[in-house]
Design a binder for this molecule. Structure first.
Ligand SMILES: O=C(O)C(=O)C[C@]1(C(=O)O)C=C[C@@H](O)C=C1
Length: 323
């Protein structure tokens, strides 16, 4: 068998790579760093890589718009796994740089948003330069990058002197840690998904999630309520809902949702069929095991048995009246 190629938001030592390393199926696979989420997902679509790990949701900052939008547009893809990891940030700089020397720092916008209390207190006058990832910010300060003159202005001055990144990235790129665990919320976690070309859905485990995107019939009053009712009446719990513009005009939104359960479970399948009937469009993005393996809570009236009994009853009464 040829070696699988798994892409991730690079360069080496991003949180995304740490998530990829947690995956059993990625053991022995070639890890391919990608410059951004769009390129990573397009490489899955073209078959250049077999799968990609991308960030989708952070416990402090919420959904990752680039990922939500890239999964919604273009050729469909399928989420096959989720990985949740704690995110702890350090402030790192090349040796010789002290806190007082920092006039600018760089990191991924999500990391910047999660460390504002620290930067507000210790770097109140420093400028922030966005980077493609936390590790990209750290890599820009490595000895090789500085030798190459990367990230320097015409006068040879570094554009930034410090990076906010995982400890692993500080180590990987030879930087000193000036401050440790600088996140505003010490318990922050980020959720990543493993994405492949669409294929068969893995069987239900009893502790699964399903992701979908639904475009509402915006001309209908109560369209969002109608969407939510599809899940509520069947006892399907929503774990994330986000509105994203369709890009087609003002006021036109679609909803990205995660729900507890698997498409092979009757309550989830019926809810999805309901969404299909009532929405302008719906895209199924996958049913996959929950990272925390926490089993779904299902009321007695919404179990597969309860749905099967109701269907048997319907078949019987149809038979009685027609036969
Ligand atoms: O820059 C990284 O290291 C990433 O893996 C990206 C990312 C994100 O997109 O949210 C992942 C986790 C953290 O919340 C900060 C940045």
């Amino acid at each position: 068998m040829t070696q699988q190629r798994f892409g991730y938001l690079g360069p080496e030592a991003t949180f995304t790579e740490a998530a990829l390393l947690k995956l059993d199926e990625a053991r022995g696979a070639e890890r391919v760093p990608m410059p951004n989420v769009l390129v990573a997902l397009d490489a899955v679509r073209t078959g250049d890589i077999d799968a990609a790990v991308v960030p989708i949701e952070n416990s402090v900052e919420g959904g990752v718009p680039a990922t939500l939008d890239a999964l919604t547009s273009d050729i469909p893809l399928q989420i096959v796994r989720e990985i949740v990891i704690p995110v702890k940030f350090v402030l790192a700089a090349p040796s010789g740089v002290e806190l007082a020397d920092i006039t600018a720092y760089s990191t991924h916008p999500h990391a910047e948003a999660q460390t504002r209390r620290f930067t507000g207190q210790y770097l109140p006058d420093a400028a922030y330069l966005p980077a493609g990832s936390t590790a990209a910010a750290a890599a820009g300060l490595s000895a090789e990058a500085i030798d190459r003159g990367a990230g320097q202005d015409r006068a040879g001055q570094a554009e930034y002197q410090a990076a906010i990144c995982p400890l692993l990235a500080a180590e990987r790129y030879g930087l000193n840690v000036l401050a440790d665990d600088i996140g505003d919320v010490r318990t922050a976690v980020t959720r990543f998904v493993l994405v492949r070309k669409p294929g068969p859905v893995a069987p239900a485990t009893g502790a699964d999630k399903t992701t979908l995107v639904a475009g509402l019939r915006s001309e209908r009053p109560g369209a969002l309520l109608e969407l939510l009712e599809q899940f509520a009446v069947r006892g399907v719990n929503l774990t994330r809902i986000e509105s994203r513009p369709t890009g087609d005009g003002l006021g036109l939104y679609q909803f990205s949702l995660d729900v507890d359960g698997h498409i092979d479970e009757a309550r989830v399948a019926e809810a999805l069929a309901g969404v299909h009937r009532t929405s302008r469009h719906v895209r199924f993005l996958g049913s996959y095991p929950r990272d925390d393996r926490e089993a779904s809570t299902i009321d007695a009236q919404n179990t597969d048995d309860a749905f099967a009994q109701a269907n048997d009853w319907l078949t019987r009464i149809k038979g009685d009246t027609r036969g």
